[in-house]
Design a protein around this ligand. Structure first.
Ligand SMILES: C[S@@+](CC[C@H](N)C(=O)[O-])C[C@H]1O[C@@H](n2cnc3c(N)ncnc32)[C@H](O)[C@@H]1O
Length: 365
């Protein structure tokens, strides 16, 4: 296993140049994948050398990658391990995948939940600025989206258990708020499923993006309790809803969807039940909860993301129901061909949730 000696700045530069899709080859070694700098087209075929590294083209073909790609447990496969680990090692998420989805995530997150959030933040007592905890920050896309949409000085505390992703997040963090105020960041490595109210002392806001569905009910309860204990609001975006729409439709869509959703619920993870569980958990702690849809709407302009999402979605379904393999392989080939031709539209439904806990410091809600 090669080790990387790259600095965070190197990594941040590379994340712009790495292949837009973590394909089959990358499943073995992220560092290798980053080093190749190959350019991969929407069908997963390497089509060009990287202008910087000048590496030779390598022909790759599509395969059904079990679990590779988009969400929940399935990302364990798309997530490329940086070093060998035991079976108990938690999943690690490929920065390529997070980079690939960042634009669609940004377009999908609900702007409607920001007004009530701004009102709450404006009413916080005695604060010179906001302290915002981003849980499961990955490479920091939530901060890049939200910080420039909020006024006032902000200090972001970025939490993740993966130090590699925390490096990306710190280096590529936003520097200024909507009104030009300063934005600063710090990183904290740890398990966000064990967050205590103490860890959130002084917090103005807790955020997360694409996190809730990879937690268990108990972990979501712990999170809600921590937010309630600290009296701070939580903006928890992009939890999968378990519904997808593909156009044109195919008779196998429903079966793949059901198998994928079952895969997401493996090992007690919430998957598509995350939002309901979170609503219940926050409500039990007296919070007011607001929901808003935040679907990805993927058309011909998002072919690379759609193709990678398709591979992961179908791969996870087959992993859950191996008897689907033969039909799913033909289905995936057809879907990828339609995607490459710009003839496939996909809506992947998500939900955003804003929980307004009762303030503990006497702030108006
Ligand atoms: C799907 S990624 C989303 C990353 C980022 N929020 C985004 O929207 O691009 C989930 C992230 O949560 C982190 N994560 C998952 N479970 C975690 C846990 N229990 N403690 C800390 N980090 C966790 C993963 O390492 C990963 O970075």
């Amino acid at each position: 296993m090669r080790k990387t000696t790259a600095t965070p700045a190197d990594l941040a530069r590379r994340v712009r140049a790495i292949p837009p899709q973590p394909g089959p080859r990358e499943a073995a070694d992220t560092v290798e994948a980053i080093g190749t700098g190959a350019v991969v087209d929407a069908t997963g075929t390497t089509v060009a050398t990287d202008p910087v590294t000048g590496t030779d083209p390598v022909t790759e073909t599509d395969t059904v990658i079990a679990g590779a790609g988009p969400v929940g447990r399935s990302e364990e496969r798309a997530t490329v391990r940086l070093r060998e680990g035991g079976p108990d090692e938690p999943p690690r998420y490929a920065p390529e995948w997070l980079e690939l989805r960042e634009g669609a995530d940004a377009a999908a997150r609900s702007l409607d939940l920001l007004d009530p959030l701004r009102v709450r933040l404006a009413n916080l007592p005695g604060r010179a600025g906001s302290v915002i905890h981003d849980l499961g920050c990955g490479t920091g896309s939530m901060g890049r989206w939200l910080a420039p949409r909020l006024d006032g000085a902000q200090h972001w505390i970025l939490h993740d258990r993966d130090p590699y992703l925390l490096h990306f997040a710190a280096v590529a963090s936003p520097r200024s708020a909507a009104d030009g105020s300063r934005v600063t960041v710090e990183t904290r490595r740890g398990d966000v499923a064990r967050l205590t109210p103490d860890a959130l002392v002084g917090a103005s806001l807790v955020t997360a993006s694409a996190l809730l569905d990879v937690l268990t009910r108990e972990e979501v309860d712990t999170l809600a309790a921590a937010c309630a204990g600290a009296g701070c609001p939580a903006l928890l975006t992009l939890s999968v809803a378990g519904r997808v729409e593909l156009s044109p439709a195919d008779p196998l869509d429903a079966e793949i969807t059901a198998a994928f959703n079952a895969h997401q619920r493996r090992d007690g993870l919430l998957g598509p039940d995350a939002v309901t569980a979170a609503c219940e958990a926050f409500a039990e702690h007296g919070a007011t909860v607001k929901l808003h849809p935040s679907a990805w709407r993927l058309g011909p302009d998002e072919r690379a993301l759609t193709a990678q999402w398709l591979r992961g979605w179908v791969g996870a379904a087959v992993e859950e129901r191996p008897e689907l393999a033969e039909r799913a392989e033909a289905y995936l080939a057809d879907r990828l061909a339609a995607c490459a031709a710009g003839e496939l539209d996909v809506v992947v439904h998500h939900s955003d949730l804003l929980a307004l806990a009762r303030p503990t410091g006497g702030a108006a809600s």
